[in-house]
Design a protein around this ligand. Sequence first.
Ligand code: AMP
Ligand code: ZN
Length: 664
Amino acid sequence: MSQQIKQEIEKLREDIRRHDYLYYVLSRPEISDKEYDDLMKRLKELEEKYPQLKTEDSPTVRVSGGVLEGFKTIRHRQKMYSLDNTYSFEELKDWDKRVARGLRAGEKIDYVIEHKIDGVSANITYEKGRLSAGATRGDGETGEDVTQNIKTIRAVPLVLMGSAVPDFIEIRGEVYMEIKDFKALNKEKEKEGEVLFANPRNATSGSIKLLDSGLVAKRRLNFFAHSLGENSGLSIATQWEYINKLKEWGMRTNPYSRLCKDLDEAIGICKEWEDKREKLSYEIDGMVIKVNSLSQQRRLGFTQKSPRWAVAYKYAARQATTKVKRIIVNVGRTGVITPVAELEPVACGGVTIKHATLHNFDEIKRLNIGAGDRVLIQRAGEVIPQIVKVVEKKGKRGFIIPKNCPVCNGKIVKEKEGDVAYRCINPSCAAHLFRGLLHFSGRSAMDIQGMGESVVLQLCRKGMVKDFADIYFLKKEDLLKLELFKEKKAGNLIEAVEKSKKQPLSRLIFGLGVRHVGEKAAYVLAQKFHSLDNLMKAKYEDLRKIYEVGPVIAQSIADFFGQESTRQLIKKFKAAGLEAREEIRSVKRSLITGKTLVFTGEMEDFSRNEAERLVREMGGNASSSVSKNTDFVVAGGNPGSKYENAKKMGVKIISEKEFKEMIK
Ligand code: AMP
Ligand code: ZN
């Protein structure tokens, strides 16, 4: 291969590294996201074409991802200590005196003061300037090998910049999540009906320990370098110099670190951030004060647990005590049931608090909390307040998890053994009717044109629709009461609703939104049972006999169709005249009958769902990941990692055009 290609690859890597640095470390991008994506795309292309030129430190490793079975452990070259905490300036002054006593009389002591970032500490090893390992703190001696995950963090350079990089260095710092990214992640989780993370730190530690680095890459973890471990070939004399070196190497450091000439100055800075911390884009739980001189640090040394030359000053959490009036349960938008403590209103960090989340029912047991107790609550960042502990047991214990939904009185179901989430699965429950209806009317389900968010929201709010079947009884006069609805629009919607009555059973099953029943499972069920009546009669055991239906899906279907509210709903569907028939696969035979296909990238003529439905209709299998059993991968524009996997595994790749030929 030509020297030219090699040079182009090198140039691309160099450019991407520079733009990563400008964007993630300096927050001063010079090119648009699109231009950046194009560079990355070109580099990926070249590396695919010339795999012999791939390297472990190429920026493409940040996105390629891989799934591990578990983490190995890594021994830190130098132990990772924790910090002693102080909670008052008195304690800080005592510490300052101890430091002075540990050194020669009259020695001048400078301090560096830094934010104590509320994240997860990590030890990142660079050998000859190249990132060679990333580990969690673990027990301080050994941690988990999370190298792949660390590499997804764009603020962490894969190669250190500059010429004066040490031979070997352990750079330590904090992996954390910006508050806005934490909120976005929780929003995403809520949409999926999953249990939320309590705070950014939990979200970070949950993310850094995911085994699929592709998922980690989506979590937008961030990093501040703040400490030094084992090193060789580094000549610096102070923490302050170290911070400046880190910057030279392109590591991200916290912009608010300061050099102080004495403790009083540091105390002033602690006071300054006490209130200002509310405005930061990340959470801190205190400040860290470090002796600046490395020679002084060496002479002071360590205790069992922590350095004598550094200390944390912790801010009092925004806490308050109050009484629990009662424990109630809240039904989320996807039906998840969360216990909530109703409190006697109390002021905390400038706001009045009336509720605190208990996250899940296990938390009630863990806290051993009961209505009537006095509790210590705390506000962490902008999240809903939490209960730290019970301070006075006055109430009655033994909270009983309700069997029925407080909103609709439907049965509450525990997802699966070992899971902490309970949910209301009644699709007509007002607490999650809105989401359910949107799904029901969606393109892959009943496909009712014009039944968008604003219409559904109004129908629910005005009480015009109390379950899915109600939409089939809507009259034109009803619709004219909605915002922006005129004769024509109302007529169109009525027509679309009418048309949807002819949708096949598989779409209706999918539209019901039964947990774990996606399009594919709905199709299989429709093929096997032919009618809703049959499906309602099916027992768990009958469902389990179907090859494609695993235990979790089977249980979920049995629970769902066993409910009285489901029976009522189906009766209503019938009364409305829904046909819910399924054409039984008189398989349209084609070249894909019996074959397993995987789609990647965007196609011009079909959506992903449409294409997969076509495959199923022709007796083929549409799978979501490439394996040995895959017969073809259909690659559209901008194909993803499945394309690379297919190449690696030697699976046949075809274009959209070839796919169309095959289904003729
Ligand atoms: P703790 O976990 O309370 O013992 O506090 C020690 C932890 O604080 C360390 O493991 C670090 O991960 C973390 N930390 C956060 N910010 C800093 C900082 N600026 N310097 C040192 N440690 C920090
Ligand atoms: Zn309910």
